[in-house]
Design a protein around this ligand. Structure first.
Ligand code: FAQ
Length: 318
């Protein structure tokens, strides 16, 4: 019997419109499957590459308490990467292929992780701003239409929210410290503000995927809507810290009920996305090295699993 593709597509869209989750064994258009592999894997890669800028400070954390907190945060990010890779695998792509795509530059990861972490205050700024931006994007994704992705996001959001508070508490401590500590916090904000608001992706009119993603309820809000939400929430937080957001055009707009902001340097964003940011080569190089160095561990694990399987079969046969 020939499958009526139009009917399948209409039924699929009707399920989405009715707010049903799509599960791995459900029929889905090939483009929906591919879009999810792209987005979920890029999200997973961001978590894994995102461990690098923070990992840079584990050995130099200023106290045992801060070191324990940072270690736990970086471990959480590894866990998020693993949930996300597992969710992507339900769409029929192997873990090896996912890594191959990252290592060859076919799959992207978030632009934000191509900026260097130059001082301890950057760790506070990443928790406050980068996790803060990630939560705004990810709370929406807990209601995305693909079941395994939506469920992974519920747990991830709880942990990200803790990370954001941890980062903000670091910033509060620095801002209540010596003038040099406050200056360090301001410098971190100066460097991480614009890259954080770029995390939400290109402007809506330059985002090729948004229209279809909204139709399929992969995205429930557009890049610009989420970016505005982040700015509106974060500006008062900066005021509490006594820090200045590095945007002279930033001002409250009574009419819209939102903050207006100055122009975003989209040329910088696309340069970073294309691989020309300050740390792109270093980040990718570190991941490729980790993969190569770990080859013997993967081989040993596979050999052990095969041996175990064979001895199970031999026992059954005897
Ligand atoms: N960086 O049409 P759109 C985290 C690409 S997790 C690099 O708008 P879409 C946790 C995009 O892929 C952070 N590339 O695309 C943490 C596409 O290129 P393609 C990651 C970007 O997919 C915290 C092209 O531009 N979060 O931070 C970026 O509808 C602290 C056109 O863009 C997620 O991945 C970018 N910023 O919307 C860890 C959330 N933006 O693929 C450690 C899930 C766009 O056609 C420490 N992802 N591009 O070659 C999403 O929500 C979406 O994929 C967007 C992009 C919103 C990122």
């Amino acid at each position: 019997m020939e499958l009526d593709i139009n009917k399948l597509e209409n039924d699929f869209q009707a399920r989405i419109d009715a707010g049903e989750n799509i599960e791995p064994k459900s029929w889905m258009p090939e483009k929906y499957r591919k879009t999810h592999i792209r987005q979920i894997s890029q999200h997973g890669h961001s978590e894994i590459v995102g461990m690098l800028p923070e990992g840079n400070w584990i050995t130099r954390a200023p106290s045992l308490r801060r070191k324990v907190g940072l270690l736990a945060k970086v471990q959480d990010e590894a866990g998020h990467g693993l949930y996300l890779y597992s969710a992507a695998e339900t769409l029929g792509i192997s873990r090896d292929e996912l890594f191959h795509q990252l290592h060859t530059g076919k799959a992207k990861y978030s632009s934000i992780f191509n900026y260097p972490t130059l001082s301890w205050a950057d760790i506070g700024a990443i928790g406050w701003l980068v996790d803060g931006a990630a939560i705004i994007n990810q709370v929406m994704l807990t209601r995305t239409s693909y079941g395994p992705y939506a469920r992974a996001m519920v747990r991830i959001c709880k942990e990200e929210s803790f990370h954001q508070r941890q980062g903000y508490e670091m910033m509060l401590t620095l801002c209540a410290g010596t003038p040099a500590q406050k200056e360090m916090a301001q410098d971190a904000l100066n460097r991480f503000w614009w890259p954080s608001i770029m995390m939400f992706g290109p402007r809506d009119e330059e985002s090729p995927h948004t229209e279809q993603a909204m139709k399929w309820k992969i995205k429930l809000k557009t890049n610009d809507e989420l970016r505005q939400q982040f700015i509106d929430i974060t500006v008062p937080q900066a005021e509490i810290l006594g820090l200045t957001i590095p945007d002279p055009d930033l001002k409250w707009n009574e009419e819209t009920g939102h903050y207006d902001h100055g122009p975003i340097d989209w040329d910088e964003f696309w340069q970073v996305v294309k691989g020309n940011g300050r740390c792109n080569k270093e980040r990718l190089g570190a991941r490729v090295k980790a993969w190569d160095d770990g080859e013997w561990v993967r081989d040993a694990a596979m050999a052990f699993a095969e041996k175990k399987e064979k001895s199970k079969e031999a026992k059954k046969a005897s």
